[in-house]
Design a protein around this ligand. Structure first.
Ligand code: IPE
Ligand code: IPE
Ligand code: MG
Length: 236
C-alpha cells in the first residue's frame, strides 16, 4: 500500500450485478441494489486514496433493451441515489458530474441529476462522474453534430480541427483521460464505454462481481497499474 502511485483518473465498468443476484436465487434488481451500495463505498474509498477522478458506467444506451421490470428498477434506484448522493457528495467534498444523453430520462430524474451537479459543483475533492444513457458512439455522434453546426456558423474551420478540438466536444471535455480502466465480472470488453478517452489507459479485468467489489479489490487494481510499464500517451 505504501508508496503506491495513485492514478489521477480511474474508470470502472461495474459489471456482474445480475449474476450476483442469480447466484443467490434473487431477482436481478437485488443485484443492482447491492451494486449501488458498493458504488457509494467506492466513492469514499477513491476519495480517501487520493484519486482525483472516478468515472463509472451505470447505464448504457444498450441497457434500455433489458426487461421493463429491470429498467424500472434501475430508474427507481437513480431517483433514490440522486438524493442520497447529495449528502455523500457534500460530506466527502465530492463533485458529481454526469455524462451521457440524459434527455431520455423522466423529468424528475433529469431534475435530480441537475440539482446534484449544481449543489456539488463547488466541491473541490474527487470528481465523481456517472455515465448514464451513455454510449461512446452516441457521445461522439452528438459531439460531432455540434462541431459541424459550429463549423457551419463559422465558429471553427474544418482545417483547424485538432484531436483536442474533438475532445472538447465530448461529454468529458473538462476531464483528463483515464489512467486506469477496471471491469469487474470477468468480462473483457468495452461495451461502448469512453472509446476515445481510453486510447492510452491501462486495462485491469477483475473476476469479482460488482456487488463483491471493495477497497481491497480497488487497491489490487492500483497495484497492478503500478506494475505496468507505462511508456506511451500521458506516461509520467
Ligand atoms: C451491471 O451488471 C449493471 C448494469 C448494466 C446496470 P449487469 O446487470 O450487467 O449484471 P450481469 O452482467 O447480467 O451479471
Ligand atoms: C456494460 O455492462 C454497461 C454497464 C456496466 C452499465 P453490460 O452488462 O450492459 O454490457 P454487455 O451487454 O455485457 O456488453
Ligand atoms: Mg453485464
Amino acid at each position: 500500500m505504501e508508496n503506491l502511485r495513485i492514478p489521477a483518473h480511474v474508470a470502472i465498468i461495474m459489471d456482474g450485478n445480475g449474476r450476483w443476484a442469480k447466484k443467490r436465487g434473487l431477482p436481478r434488481k437485488m443485484g443492482h441494489v447491492e451494486g449501488c451500495k458498493v458504488v457509494e463505498q467506492t466513492v469514499e474509498d477513491a476519495a480517501r486514496l487520493g484519486i482525483q477522478y472516478l468515472t463509472v458506467y451505470a447505464f448504457s444506451t444498450e441497457n434500455w433493451k433489458r426487461s421493463e421490470d429491470e429498467v424500472d428498477a434501475l430508474m427507481q434506484l437513480f431517483r433514490y441515489y440522486a438524493k442520497r448522493l447529495l449528502k455523500i457528495a457534500n460530506e466527502n467534498n465530492v463533485r458529481v458530474k454526469f455524462i451521457g444523453d440524459i434527455s431520455r430520462f423522466a423529468p424528475d430524474i433529469i431534475e435530480g441529476i441537475r440539482s446534484l451537479e449544481e449543489t456539488s459543483a463547488k466541491n473541490t475533492g474527487l470528481t465523481f462522474c456517472i455515465a448514464v444513457n451513455y454510449g461512446s458512439r452516441d457521445e461522439i455522434r452528438r459531439g460531432m453534430t455540434r462541431m459541424m453546426e459550429d463549423c457551419r456558423e463559422g465558429k471553427i474551420l474544418p482545417s483547424e480541427v485538432t484531436e483536442e478540438t474533438i475532445s472538447s466536444y465530448l461529454d468529458t471535455a473538462d476531464m483528463p483521460d483515464p489512467d486506469l480502466l477496471i471491469r469487474t465480472s470477468g468480462e473483457e470488453r468495452l461495451s461502448n464505454f469512453i472509446l476515445w478517452q481510453l486510447a492510452y489507459s491501462e486495462f485491469y479485468f477483475a473476476d469479482v462481481l460488482w456487488p463483491d467489489f471493495n477497497k481491497d479489490e480497488l487497491v489490487k487494481a492500483i497495484e497492478a497499474y503500478n506494475g505496468r510499464d507505462r511508456r506511451f500517451g500521458n506516461a509520467k
